[in-house]
Design a protein around this ligand. Structure first.
Ligand code: DSN
Length: 453
């Protein structure tokens, strides 16, 4: 039986991804070999346990796949021989939770990056006293702390912010907080920090207070694999990553942990927090890791960063406020508050939602994002986040980045015409604007010249 309804929707999504510029930094486009592995019969198998040590029969082939995946991960991430590698966590959040479950007891303290500055929900997040504690949120929660993510319910979360002027990590401040709070775990990494992280320094801070150090490299995994970003393997106690962002594999995660922690991490993934792994995804991860060993992939990683840097410098020339002044990675964070957009009937400056929607109508898919020292909220933030992994996979280079920056600027200028409208009306009007339609057509033509397999 063919499910025409779902098949048509998949075809529509395939078309959407191809005719627009996918500029969300956590997304990418996998090779056909990765997609074939993920869509294979491996999805039928149950294989609780680890290679050669399973609870179900019939896993001799799955054992070979998982073993190969681990072997490739060791090579790609230059993992010390005595470190453990787990490829079974279903996603990045699960990988992080598995690490906490292995290393901590409920109630233990975690020191992680403040979410609106670019941290991640799975590093712990409560509302409102660690959040954007506006009057409204104080009324809603009556001043009480509400754990938004499960991690904040189970552990005591303390967070560090970026420096107010530079928007960079303030390592002295992190050290000061660590000495005062004495956390059991310090985490680096997140979703919107565009700069390299000093893993050695954080490792030393953690050691000085007797904490473990977890480096979450979900975003930059492919850049580490391509040798354009620093590698925390061998420096941090544990490294987690997702496999579907810059690494260009299927959804999934990898955990690297030093010898003394490896068994606890494995037991935490299974039977601690998960049942059977997704063997089809593990095969897909193995394929993407093989691809990541190639010279082409190194060139891809380098170009991804060069493209992000070009986009940042072009947007900067056009008067955009690029946080930290640029990027070392695949993403840039744009604070739109200097763009003089008066949003909605109240005329506030939190234009991230409006601009992200306008850009999407113009064929450029980004996401609204909070910025450090945010004055809006998570649903109505002041910024947008833009990434180059997918457009670089398409083969685009600096020239195309300059074109994209110009279009982004045009869209922001058009948006000013409609910004005082409420969101639904803004959405409707901007989708029909002639200039926006023209940009969408130009984007489509550009995309047609950079095909995807
Ligand atoms: N949702 C991912 C991102 O966009 O960065 C993080 O989990």
């Amino acid at each position: 039986m063919t499910d025409k309804q779902i098949l048509t929707l998949i075809e529509n999504e395939d078309e959407r991804q191809k005719i627009k510029l996918q500029l969300i930094p956590s997304e990418n486009w996998t090779s056909k070999s990765v997609r074939d592995a993920v869509g294979s019969v491996l999805m039928h198998k149950y294989s609780e346990g680890s290679a050669l040590n399973r609870y179900y029969e019939g896993n001799d082939i799955v054992d070979q796949i998982e073993t190969l995946c681990i072997k490739r991960a060791r090579k790609v991430f230059e993992v010390p021989d005595n470190w453990g590698i787990n490829v079974q966590a279903l996603a990045g959040s699960n990988a992080n939770i598995a690490v906490y479950n292995a290393l901590l007891r409920p109630g233990d303290k975690i020191l992680s990056m403040y979410l609106p500055d670019g941290g991640h929900l799975s590093h712990g997040w409560s509302w409102p006293d660690m959040g954007l504690s506006g009057e409204k949120s104080k009324r809603v929660y009556k001043g009480t702390k509400k754990a938004i993510s499960l991690v904040a319910k189970f552990y005591d979360i303390v967070q560090y912010k970026v420096n107010k002027e530079s928007k960079l990590f303030d390592y002295d401040e992190i050290e000061r907080i660590a000495k005062k709070e004495k956390p059991k775990l310090i985490i680096s990494g997140g979703t919107a920090y565009p700069r390299e992280i000093d893993y050695e320094r954080l490792g030393k801070i953690a050691k000085s207070v007797g904490a473990y150090y977890l480096a979450d490299i979900a975003h930059e995994a492919g850049l580490v694999a391509g040798r354009v970003c620093k590698n925390p393997a061998g420096i941090a106690d544990v490294v987690t990553m997702t496999t579907h962002k810059t690494l260009r594999g299927p959804r999934g995660a990898i955990i690297l942990s030093k010898k003394s922690l490896a068994k606890a991490v494995d037991r935490s993934v299974f039977p601690g927090i998960q049942g059977g792994p997704f063997d089809n995804n593990i095969a897909g991860i193995a394929v993407c890791l093989k691809e990541a060993m190639s010279k082409e992939f190194r060139r891809y990683a380098e170009q991804t960063v060069r493209n992000a840097q070009k986009l940042a410098s072009e947007l900067s020339k056009l008067g955009f406020d690029i946080l930290t002044g640029g990027t070392d990675k695949h993403l840039i964070l744009v604070d739109l508050r200097n763009k003089d957009l008066k949003i909605g009937t109240k005329g506030n400056t939190s234009s991230g939602r409006y601009i992200a929607r306008a850009l999407d109508h113009a064929g450029m898919t980004t996401n609204k994002n909070t910025v450090p020292f945010e004055t809006g909220s998570a649903v109505d933030p002041s910024g947008i986040r833009i990434g180059t992994p997918t457009v670089t996979t398409r083969g685009m280079k600096e020239n195309e980045m300059a074109m994209i920056a110009g279009w982004i600027n045009q869209v922001v200028e058009v948006a000013k015409k409609y910004s005082s409208l409420e969101f639904e009306e803004f959405d409707k009007q901007i989708s029909m604007d002639k200039e926006i339609t023209k940009i969408r057509d130009l984007v489509k033509t550009l995309c047609a010249n950079f095909t995807l397999e």
